[in-house]
Design a binder for this molecule. Structure first.
Ligand code: F6P
Length: 549
């Protein structure tokens, strides 16, 4: 056990707690802007193509200084440097955390156990590029000699959410003559719907699994294999032309029946939720082509370098991480909304849910002691403007503090007709209007001045003072997507470092997996499950009864 004081006993923490009490209920954004209109210009950081405006947050210069003192006291930058150096900072799994090596330039040297991993990273990227080009050009053909027109990625969690999200995000850059589907759910409906209109002779399955033991993925991959063989006359040789694997586990891949010549490798120092810029991105690379994929990696790298080399006040991931700590630990926020004003980012928040919640949903610190402070928030959100007509009511007039990130672009990504292009300004007018309304609200006097009857004034008042951060870029390109993801990866890192938790393990998903395996025979064979609690036993009995009807 380390003898450094626990986080909430550090003077920097208590100083923030006192500061929070002194500014209660919260610093008021109307007042803050009245006192200092210049904060609109000062409270902006730039990284790569991203302009991040944090002026509508409930912070003052003093708050920011105190938060930075906390970051210094908890040595966030020390842990950052250890991560970039390849130290085993994932302590419970005794692993290095080196997703940043996946986007390192060819000539970089990053060592794990004395071995430079960068050449292997580029060797795999080059193999992926060769394969992607062969699919895209039609040179790679299926078992019957027909070209591949459909790519079905089978994976779950980090082996699904990243490629599925990025495929949507970069749709405008994809080869539209190819069809892409992403299957993750062990519910057979997922695979059924993804394959029902496809021709097996033209379909490639990309089996994405770091461990190659994940039950959902292996089950779906097995069913996909049966579907393929049934459609192609049962010749086992077809598998080699229609299945590739993305994994760290060559033994399991060949055990499954996929030739390791058709396997694209990655390494145990890449966490599942940090893996989509590894071989796990193969489906995306087929969709957008190797050059665009590399542009995306360059985008990641811009933010990696910024995070690594920028001093605290202008360090964007540090700043976003600190704002989250301020809201969660000192102002009582339980959740964080991410609201992209881009249809193409429809899966972005779902992707961030795994990134953030699987990383920082922890309640013991790195010493194994229970934490006495809040850790990761509930992350949620969907693209604007849809959310405006659903749950924004609660953000505007509900009782909860919900800090939100608004992400928007100056230009639409796709080539749209003039009429559809013109809609972009309307989308973005909503984007700006929402953060304005959230920050400054509408006072009772302003409502009265509109002639609203007195009894309706409370209902039509907007208290305002809801914090938002605005991330603006010119356009959603592959590089900008890489920048956005790296921004959040490092934000999550910063928070884990401050909270002194291991952001890179995920033991919390294990128990459910073990219990599911134990319960399954009761559902399929009616077997007795010893030790089943009375509630679950009754549910299982009800299920069996209903199943027979
Ligand atoms: O849900 C737990 C988890 O291990 C994730 O961290 C991971 O992304 C996912 O399952 C899939 O794992 P694999 O890539 O090994 O199939």
């Amino acid at each position: 056990m380390s003898d450094t004081p626990k986080l909430n006993r550090r003077p920097e923490w208590t100083a923030l707690a006192d500061h929070a009490k002194g500014t209660l209920p919260h610093p008021d954004l109307r007042e803050l802007f009245a006192q200092d209109p210049g904060r609109a210009e000062r409270y902006v950081v730039r990284v790569g193509d991203l302009r991040i405006d944090y002026s509508k947050n409930l912070v003052t210069d003093e708050t920011l200084a105190l938060l930075q003192e906390l970051a210094a006291a908890t040595d966030v930058f020390g842990l950052r440097d250890a991560m970039f150096r390849g130290e085993r900072i994932n302590i419970t799994e005794d692993r290095a955390v080196l997703h940043t090596a996946l986007r390192a330039p060819r000539d970089a040297v990053i060592e794990v156990d004395g071995e430079n991993v960068v050449p292997e990273v580029h060797a795999v990227l080059d193999r992926m590029a060769g394969f992607a080009d062969r699919i895209r050009s039609g040179e790679w053909t299926g078992h019957t000699g027909r070209r591949i027109r459909n790519v079905v990625n089978i994976g779950i969690g980090g082996s699904d959410l990243g490629p599925a999200m990025a495929y949507e995000a970069l749709r405008a850059f994809t080869d539209r003559s190819l069809t892409f589907r992403f299957v993750s759910n062990v519910d057979g409906a997922d695979l059924h719907e993804a394959t029902r209109d496809l021709d097996p002779a033209e379909t490639l399955f990309v089996i994405a699994s770091k461990t190659f033991t994940t039950i959902e993925t292996i089950t779906n991959a097995t069913s996909a294999r049966s579907w393929l063989l049934a459609g192609l006359g049962g010749d086992e040789k077809a598998v080699a032309k229609h299945f590739v694997a993305l994994s760290t586990n060559a033994e399991k891949v060949s055990g499954f029946g996929i030739d390791t010549a058709n396997m694209f490798e990655f390494w145990d120092w890449v966490g599942g939720r940090y893996s989509f810029d590894s071989a796990i991105g193969l489906s995306l690379m087929i969709a957008i082509g190797p050059d665009r994929f590399r542009e995306m990696l360059d985008g990641f790298r811009i933010v990696d370098e910024h995070f690594r080399n920028t001093e605290a006040p202008a360090n964007a991931p540090l700043l976003l991480g600190l704002l989250g700590v301020w809201y969660g630990d000192f102002l009582g926020a339980q959740s964080h909304a991410v609201l992209p004003y881009s249809h193409y980012l429809s899966k972005f928040t779902a992707y961030l849910q795994q990134l953030d919640m699987e990383s920082n949903g922890k309640s013991v610190d790195r010493d194994g002691d229970p934490v006495e402070w809040q850790t990761g928030p509930v992350v949620w959100g969907t693209p604007g403007t849809n959310g405006q007509h659903a749950y924004y009511q609660l953000i505007h007039q509900g009782t909860k503090l919900i800090p939100a990130d608004f992400i928007g672009f100056a230009r639409p990504a796709a080539e749209l007709s003039d009429e559809l292009k013109a809609q972009h300004d309307l989308l973005m007018a909503n984007f700006f209007a929402q953060t304005q309304a959230l920050a400054f609200g509408k006072t009772p006097d302003e409502v009265r001045a509109e002639g609203v009857p007195e009894e309706l004034v409370p209902h039509k008042t907007f208290q305002g003072n809801h914090p938002t951060t605005t991330v603006l870029a010119a356009e959603l390109t592959p590089s900008v997507l890489g920048q956005l993801i790296a921004l959040y990866e490092h934000k999550v890192f910063v928070q884990g470092a401050i909270w002194n938790i291991d952001s890179f393990d995920q033991w919390g998903v294990e128990l459910g997996k073990v219990l599911a395996k134990r319960v399954e025979p009761a559902l399929t064979e009616g077997a007795d499950v010893p030790g089943l609690d009375p509630s679950t036993a009754a549910l299982v009995a009800a299920y069996r009864e209903l199943k027979e009807v």
